[in-house]
Design a protein around this ligand. Structure first.
Ligand SMILES: [Zn+2]
Length: 191
């Protein structure tokens, strides 16, 4: 994952730099959240996330605003969050734009072309909110499958606390239970 410095050698902001077809470094910098005493001089941005964002921008045909990208653990904890969000790794973005929530919610629901494309780019988590969507490139669940949550219609306080606290991956537990059952069955047959 490439880390993009915010400043050039002379200390001038590199906001104008295009990091992808549709997005500039400045848009990411302004979507960076940290504590006042934390000095952030650049952000990591996964290439796949950029591909997914450009693809969504093209499909939507409307401008997309990056509400939130990189957030420090300190910032998250101050907001009452776990600090384990994909935002703290730079692997997540919260995006808004006219029609975007509908586009992504429908994609996940119908497993359509947009969904397949986003999955190809490595988007393994989708969070749907009233005014924005959260996508990130965390590893997919052990037995495949995506992380998905829909917070539309929820109270603002709940949304703020829950952002990115996606459902856990329970597939490892299911896997262990299945293996245990199978093992018991084999033992039973041997008797
Ligand atoms: Zn988010």
């Amino acid at each position: 994952m490439k880390v993009y410095p915010f400043y050039d050698n002379e200390g001038k902001l590199l906001d104008y730099v295009n990091v992808s077809e549709h997005f500039t470094l400045g848009e990411f910098r302004k979507a960076c959240f940290h504590l006042p005493n934390e000095n952030i001089t650049g952000v990591p941005i996964p290439l796949n996330l950029l591909y997914a964002m450009d693809y969504l921008r093209g499909k939507l045909g409307n401008p997309i605003v990056i509400n939130s990208h990189f957030r420090t653990i300190g910032h998250e904890k101050k907001q009452g969050r776990s600090g384990r969000s994909q935002h703290t790794l730079g692997k997540a973005v919260d995006l808004s734009g006219t029609g975007l929530v509908d586009l992504v919610a429908t994609a996940v629901k119908e497993k359509n072309e947009v969904y397949k494309k986003l999955r190809e780019f490595g988007i393994n988590a989708f969070g749907i909110y009233d005014n924005f969507v959260h996508i990130d490139v965390r590893p997919k669940k052990l037995l495949g499958g995506i992380y998905y949550w829909d917070k539309r219609g929820k109270k603002k306080s709940e949304v703020n606390k829950d952002d990115d606290d996606a459902p856990q991956d329970y597939s490892i537990f299911i896997f262990i239970i299945l293996v245990t059952l199978l093992f018991k069955l084999i033992l039973k047959k041997k008797k």
